[in-house]
Structures are given as structure tokens and as C-alpha cells.
Design a protein around this ligand. Structure first.
Ligand SMILES: O=C(O)COP(=O)(O)O
Ligand SMILES: [Mg+2]
Length: 222
């Protein structure tokens, strides 16, 4: 067996490892209701995800005419409060997620989560799902400081360092992920089953997978 080409693999969370749109959608709808807005239909919540919680609510509010800053801030805080209590109600690993983590572990590959969620939410959800211990590190949208979340390269570079500094590949579902990986000069696989903000083959990734079942061979062939 030839050696696996990467020392570590970085995973985006929402839309890549975990299906989270129902819990995120419920949090958005909680805030929208407090602001007197209509709820976002469950199927559309996934279109709002990728840039972090603030962008998600902003997109939802702007679709219905927008809000002044102070009122937006109030709803944003309400949404975060709700989500902190309800972030792993319906959220689940995608099919084949666990077997992929097992397969990488068997190959001695370290794994990192690099998400635009707040680090504390990512840790909470992964702990509830009994997955947190599988990752060498969990880096959130707030971990590297203001303005350094994906699509900036900082969190991907930090993940590589925290995993030992060797070759890393990244897997993500949105243009934020592909741009961050490209800027960090890291090969990237796009998850077509996720919350892609563009047609998956137009994200600019090195490979596209239709399910996590295809990840190991996609990484071996990068
Ligand atoms: O919650 C979001 O909007 C983004 O999260 P992700 O970076 O894990 O996809
Ligand atoms: Mg994502």
C-alpha cells in the first residue's frame, strides 16, 4: 500500500461533516419571529449557511427588507442565545462521515475542523455527537481574530501547524472553503452534497465528491 499523501485533513463543519441546517434554520427563524418577519422555509435555510452566523441572519433579514443596525444586533444576540441552547437537536454527521474519520485514523492521519461557526458552538455540537475527541484541533470563525475567518487562509494554515506542519488537504462545501484553501496553497475537495453557494463544479476545487464515501480515493488521487 502506498503511503497516504497527507499528514492531516482539515474539514469544514456545516455542510461537509455535519448536516446542520435544521438547527441553524430554527435559530434564524427564532430571531426572525422576534423581529416580526416571516420564517425561512426549512429547505431554504441551507442557502444562508457558509459565512458564519451573522452573515446567515443578515441574508435572511435582507431578503425581507433589512433592519437598522441596533435592531439587527438585538436579533443577532437572540439568535446566538437560542442556538447555544439548541445546536445539536437535529444536527447529524453525513452518511459515511464516521467511516471516513475511522479510515483516516487508521492511516495515521490527523484531523482538524476549520469552521466559520463560533469555536464554542462547534465544540459543543461535536461533543454532543461524541466526535470532538477525534480532532487534533477545532478552529472556529472567531479563533484567529476578527477578519481572519474563511475565506482568509489563516485558519487553514493554523490547522496545518497544529496538526504537525506536514502536508494537509482541505474538504469544504462552499466558496469560503475553496478560497481559504487556495489562499493557504492547500489542495481542496468540494462536498457537492453540502450547502454549496455555487454549482459544486464551479467552486474551483481540485476534486468534487458526491458523498463522503468518495473522500479517501479523492484525496489519494489529488
Ligand atoms: O455556519 C456557517 O455559516 C459556516 O460554517 P462552516 O464554515 O462550518 O460551513
Ligand atoms: Mg460549510
Amino acid at each position: 500500500m502506498t503511503a497516504f499523501p497527507f499528514q492531516s485533513v482539515g474539514f469544514d463543519l456545516d455542510g461537509t461533516l455535519l448536516e446542520t441546517h435544521r438547527d441553524l434554520g430554527a435559530a434564524v427563524n427564532h430571531a426572525l419571529a422576534l423581529g416580526g418577519f416571516d420564517p425561512v422555509p426549512a429547505d431554504h435555510a441551507s442557502d444562508l449557511i457558509g459565512g458564519g452566523a451573522k452573515i446567515m441572519l443578515k441574508r435572511a433579514v435582507d431578503q425581507q427588507g433589512g433592519l437598522p443596525d441596533d435592531e439587527f444586533r438585538r436579533l443577532y444576540k437572540e439568535m446566538l442565545g437560542y442556538y447555544s441552547q439548541n445546536n445539536a437537536v437535529h444536527s447529524r454527521p453525513y452518511p459515511h462521515a464516521i467511516e471516513v474519520l475511522d479510515a483516516l485514523e487508521q492511516r495515521g492521519v490527523k484531523m482538524a475542523v476549520v469552521t466559520n461557526k463560533f469555536e464554542s458552538f462547534a465544540r459543543d455540537i461535536l461533543t454532543t455527537l461524541d466526535l470532538a475527541h477525534r480532532f487534533e484541533t477545532i478552529i472556529g470563525g472567531d479563533t484567529m481574530g476578527k477578519g481572519r475567518a474563511k475565506p482568509e487562509p489563516d485558519s487553514v494554515i493554523e490547522a496545518r501547524l497544529r496538526c504537525g506542519g506536514g502536508p494537509i488537504a482541505f474538504v469544504g462545501d462552499s466558496s469560503y472553503d475553496v478560497r481559504a484553501a487556495r489562499a493557504a496553497k492547500v489542495p481542496v475537495v468540494a462536498a457537492a452534497y453540502g450547502y454549496c453557494d455555487k454549482p459544486p463544479h464551479e467552486l474551483g476545487a481540485d476534486a468534487v465528491i458526491e458523498s463522503l464515501a468518495g473522500l479517501i480515493s479523492a484525496l489519494e488521487n489529488l
